[in-house]
Design a protein. Structure first.
Length: 65
């Protein structure tokens, strides 16, 4: 699998968990719409940064699958 495909999978996971983060945030601030408005972008950012945060870096000498 190419690194781009893996990145897309992490982004999709972030988009999927964004509403969950938004609902929790909305319950905390007592405004569901505002929670979702902030939670979905937070989920996308986490999804984009997940490879860097997890420490799994692709080495240049590894062959592409």
């Amino acid at each position: 699998m190419s690194s781009r495909g893996s990145s897309d999978n992490h982004l999709a996971m972030g988009i999927a968990f964004g509403p969950l983060i938004g609902v929790i945030l909305g319950l905390l601030i007592d405004n569901m719409g505002l929670g979702l408005a902030f939670g979905i972008p937070i989920g996308m950012i986490i999804g984009l940064l997940w490879p860097a945060l997890s420490g799994k870096q692709r080495h240049p000498e590894d062959p592409a699958d």
